[in-house]
Write a protein that binds this ligand. Sequence first.
Ligand code: 6PG
Length: 470
Amino acid sequence: MNEIKYDIGLVGLGVMGRNFARNVADHNFGIIGTDRDKDKVDALNDGSDPARILGVNSIGEMIPRLKKPRAIMMLVPAGKPVDAVIDELVNQLEKDDIIIDCGNSHFTDTNRHANDLAKKQIHFLGVGVSGGSEGARKGPSIMPGGPSDAYDRIKPIFEAAAAHVNGDPCVTYLGPGSAGHYVKMVHNGIEYALMQVISESYDIMKRIGRLSNDDLANRFTEWNQGPLSSFLVEITSHIFNVRDNETDHYLIDMVLDAARQKGTGKWMSLDAFELQIPIPTIDTAVSMRYMSALKEERTEAARILPHEDTESIDNKQEFLDDLQNALHFAMIVSYAQGMSLLRTASNEYNYNLNLADIARIWRGGCIIRSAMLEDITNAFNDNTKLANMMTAKPFADILKKNRSSVIRTITRALKNGIAVPGLSSASNYFDSYRTARMPANLIQAQRDYFGSHTYERVDREGTFHSEWSS
Ligand code: 6PG
């Protein structure tokens, strides 16, 4: 029998999986997919050319129809579902086959799977895929990690399916082991910080500037044409235009102010604590999601601790320009914190990451794509040892220039009782990073005073203890 053999398999035909399968098939690769949900299998077969794209009802049906050595992608939720699919696959695969986890798995799970599968000589790639369902269909940013020879085998498929910026695919091999999933985790942490500072800007414009939803839509549209140009600013401009189907309000005003999370931002904060790298704007963004979830408590506190009336703005143009500059500042700082964690993680976990490449493949397809990623790419290309991108000239110039706008914006917000933890943590991060002598000398003195923990001196080597109380 001359049965068609497919180039790649896919387990998980949710909206991301289905869209990614169609994207792969559009680029002339044969893909065969399966899902436990028969409706999802049927949806994949609906109107497709079965020689290019086919849905089948089980992993068992899929495996014999793949070209050898086989490559199978998974797009299933992180955690137990990934474990379960790998357990099922592993008994049916052979030496040299590749399993590719394209979900948001925790990097330590990826290490575990890679080690277990290596014992059976099955390759494992942990691949971050960003861009949501639309990205999966039209071209996501793809962040692969694992054995490089295994990556080389699926590289043509990923390069064809990825987003392209000026002809350059938004995918590249990132490093061994869990490098791909680590980079995706950091992508998501930066995503949290950007969303937090954009939301604070909205709050300031709405509550101090008293901008209507139409004004907000216009403002974000205008900002998206300048240095803030980014996917998140763009979708924000669209959000303020959408009317609710159920009422005569704008939809945004009917959405509950309690943000959920699947956990990747928290994972990044936890690992940054482990690696002792400060990423306060990302930590704050995670905490503010928790704060948002305390809806009932906040509502009660608002009754007991009411806000005073907000002041009116005399010079609206200056107010908005300041805010744009402050947001620009905070966006740069958010990327800077993410890149600084990647730099340390690269050494700690032997990923050997190329930070310029990472910024380059984030320029298109992913949720944090923005105009400034071009400059971030250049900064790390110009100086591969760059410790923090805030010190690279183009960013240093903007941060210094926008500093006064940041101060005015934060001051206005604080005076009006509007919480701006993202914007102010960005400002504090910048100010502490540029402080050659921090007050940590006092912390050391206190530790030595109460616990004889010793301290180091500025003028000679060694550790010292003093009797501070005598
Ligand atoms: C992406 C997104 C994607 C997802 C986040 C949402 O890059 O396409 O980051 O991975 O939308 O997981 O994360 P939270 O549910 O944690 O907000």
